[in-house]
Design a protein around this ligand. Structure first.
Ligand SMILES: Cc1cc2nc3c(=O)[nH]c(=O)nc-3n(C[C@H](O)[C@H](O)[C@H](O)COP(=O)(O)O)c2cc1C
Length: 171
């Protein structure tokens, strides 16, 4: 494996995205009960953070129009998407539309939407937010959670859903 050096300390955004894309992850939708209706956005930067206290983290972009509204609510639900929910991932990634049109969900903790068919959900209250460059790093304190072991998770790898194999071009 050859290192892609773009010069001392200079990392081209395309190289960063390409190499970091080799880290395969699941996909979540962070939801909340906003004052004017349900809120949600797709997120890949989700991770478990701490066992005691029970914390998880994710990183919303500073350009997100949904995260500031969820922040104001102060409580949210992280929905881990299942392999057959690629359409939800795409739908909740579109800005400025009614993301919940035609989406099945039940009110969870703090009335935050729990999406029908998700692999797992994690109900949280906002713990803290940290500077993350062009994103912020959110820590959520886990208050309630559940999983459905019969569901297979949706994966995201090298810019596409599922596991990219071999040398096929990255998107
Ligand atoms: C697979 C996938 C993963 C994403 N991961 C993130 C992420 O980790 N952080 C983020 O801010 N946006 C992420 N996005 C983009 C947001 O979902 C999108 O910018 C956001 O939903 C825009 O809507 P908003 O303006 O309502 O916030 C991801 C999109 C997709 C399709």
């Amino acid at each position: 494996m050859t290192a892609q050096i773009d010069g001392p300390g200079v990392v081209e955004p395309a190289t960063l995205r390409d190499v970091l894309g080799h880290f395969a992850s699941g996909v979540v939708v962070v939801t909340a009960a906003g004052p004017d209706g349900p809120l949600g956005f797709t997120c890949q930067s989700f991770a478990s953070l701490s066992l005691d206290p029970p914390l998880v983290s994710f990183a919303p972009s500073r350009t997100s129009s949904t995260w500031p509204r969820i922040r104001d609510v102060g409580a949210f639900c992280v929905n881990v998407l299942a392999a057959d929910q690629q359409h939800l991932s795409a739908g909740f990634a579109r800005s400025g539309v009614d993301k919940f049109a035609g989406v099945g969900w039940q009110p969870g903790p703090h009335r935050a939407p729990v999406l029908d068919g998700a692999c797992a959900w994690i109900g949280c209250t906002l713990w803290h937010e940290y500077d993350g460059g062009d994103h912020t790093i959110v820590a959520g304190r886990v208050r309630d959670l559940a999983a459905d072991a019969s569901r297979t998770p949706l994966l995201f790898h090298r810019g596409r859903y599922g596991l990219a194999t071999g040398a096929e071009e990255d998107r």
